[in-house]
Write a protein that binds this ligand. Structure first.
Ligand code: ADP
Ligand code: ASP
Ligand code: MG
Length: 414
């Protein structure tokens, strides 16, 4: 088999941890498999590099910031290759450009467009383990790009797809994908099999165990993804097509996301074209608006509230002031709040079960948690609450929907 193994920051956090990684790669190879390893920067390194860059540039689209933050992975591939060699194996390291991981030019959030698997196949043919840097690529002009936080997951799944690997193993510091972040909810349970659809929602709503784009790649190219721990040999979580996900439960997981902020425009005129005018400058600047609510209007005016990524809040406020000042008193009537959290419940079973939203609101009300905004889609319900309630709300919903129980013992709607 051809096996792709990705090791995250904690899994390569020290030289000793790298020795463990090397041992596992070599054991896999000894079983007769071809092994391709994708590595992240050592834990804390990407944050350190970002903090250094930030002292000189605040621009999230800065070419030089990607030059700097991509170096963490360069150190890791070299060290892991050396660790494999030190144990008698053979390994070659590859940076993104050496396997032509070509991306668009959106620095700090680039998307992979193509990969050349040939150098990797050539290394495998001579009995080597290929050690490839995650998180990085280059655009067509040769500029170094990075794939966004957690991007090594996407490098791994994309490389697995390009090589037509039999499995992509994501080694991390927890045993798999849980019903909620196991570091926040003590009773969270490991999920044995989860559908790509549910995993996509969990990832996009805050479960950072897999980057969203990695799940998209997995789904598109049918890559079998196995999320597991680098600290033990336990079976982890398989991310699979929906028909193969056995645990047919109504709610599969609960997530919390603190990366959004809320903007309210008070007393904007309530007539056709106003919303279009407000959201145009934001979309033109690539600011993604998530939830939107509009109050019932009174005397021809209404309040409009929406959320944007926290990192974009200053830019959004400035754009609204300069481009829509006439609608909001020159900016006077723009109110922002960045201490909010988005709590979501996710599950394909919601398609066929009524009452999940009502139960969710009831569970939160019982704890006195006020809901500021609500949005729903076919397989998820999200609410915005005050940030101080994030952990409480996550735990209450988790246990309220019976996720602390084995899948077979959960009532249909909690
Ligand atoms: P790595 O460095 O290996 O990529 P990450 O820190 O990016 O690891 O992702 C693993 C972390 O994701 C876990 O330590 C855990 O706190 C967090 N996490 C959040 N939600 C979940 C979930 N539902 N299941 C598992 N882990 C989760
Ligand atoms: N090192 C990068 C980060 O910390 C990529 C990754 O670990 O997946 O975001
Ligand atoms: Mg990660």
């Amino acid at each position: 088999m051809l096996i792709v193994q990705k090791y995250g920051g904690t899994s390569v956090g020290t030289i000793d941890r790298m020795r463990e990684v090397a041992k596992r790669c070599l054991a896999t190879q000894r079983e007769g498999h071809d092994v391709v390893v994708i590595v992240s920067a050592m834990s804390g390194e990407t944050n350190r590099l970002l903090a250094l860059s930030k002292q000189l540039s605040d621009d999230s689209n800065d070419r030089e910031v990607d030059v700097i933050v991509s170096t963490g992975e360069q150190v890791s591939v070299g060290l892991v290759a050396l660790a494999i060699r030190a144990q008698g194996g053979q390994a070659t390291s590859f940076l993104g450009h050496q396997v032509k991981i070509t991306t668009d030019s959106a620095f700090s959030r680039a998307r992979i467009q193509s990969i050349d698997g040939q150098p990797i196949f050539d290394a495998l043919k001579t009995g080597k383990i290929a050690v490839v840097a995650g998180f990085q690529g280059t655009d067509v002009a040769g500029n170094i790009t990075t794939l966004g936080r957690g991007g090594s997951d996407t490098s791994a799944v994309a490389i697995a797809a390009a090589l037509k690997a039999d499995v992509c193993e994501i080694y991390t510091d927890v045993d798999g994908v849980y019903t909620a972040d196991p570091n926040v909810v003590p009773g969270a349970r490991k999920i044995e099999r989860i559908s790509y659809e549910e995993m996509l929602e969990l990832a996009s709503l805050g479960a950072k165990v897999l980057q969203i784009r990695s799940v998209e790649f997995g789904m598109k190219y049918g890559v079998a993804i196995h999320v597991r721990s680098s600290f033990n040999q336990n079976q982890g979580t398989w991310v699979v097509p929906e028909e193969q996900a056995m645990e047919q439960v109504v709610v599969a997981g609960v997530t919390a996301n603190r990366d959004e902020a809320k903007i309210t425009l008070l007393a904007v005129p309530d007539h056709p074209g106003v919303a279009a005018k407000i959201f145009k400058p934001l979309s033109e600047s690539g600011i993604v608006v998530d939830m939107i609510i509009q109050n019932v209007s009174a005397e021809g005016r209404t309040d409009l509230t929406f959320t944007v990524p926290k990192g974009d809040i200053k830019r959004a406020q400035e754009l609204l002031r300069t481009r829509c000042g006439d609608l909001c008193g020159g900016g006077e009537r723009i109110v922002t709040n960045d201490s909010i959290a988005k709590i979501s419940v996710v599950g394909v079973g919601m398609r066929s079960h009524a009452g999940v939203a009502q139960r969710m609101f009831e569970l939160l009300a019982n704890e006195g948690v006020n809901i500021l905004m609500i949005s729903t889609s076919e397989i998820k319900i999200s609410v915005i609450v005050d940030a101080k309630y994030a952990e409480l709300a996550t735990r209450v919903l988790h246990d309220g929907f019976g996720l602390h129980l084995p899948a077979g013992e959960r009532a249909s709607v909690g």
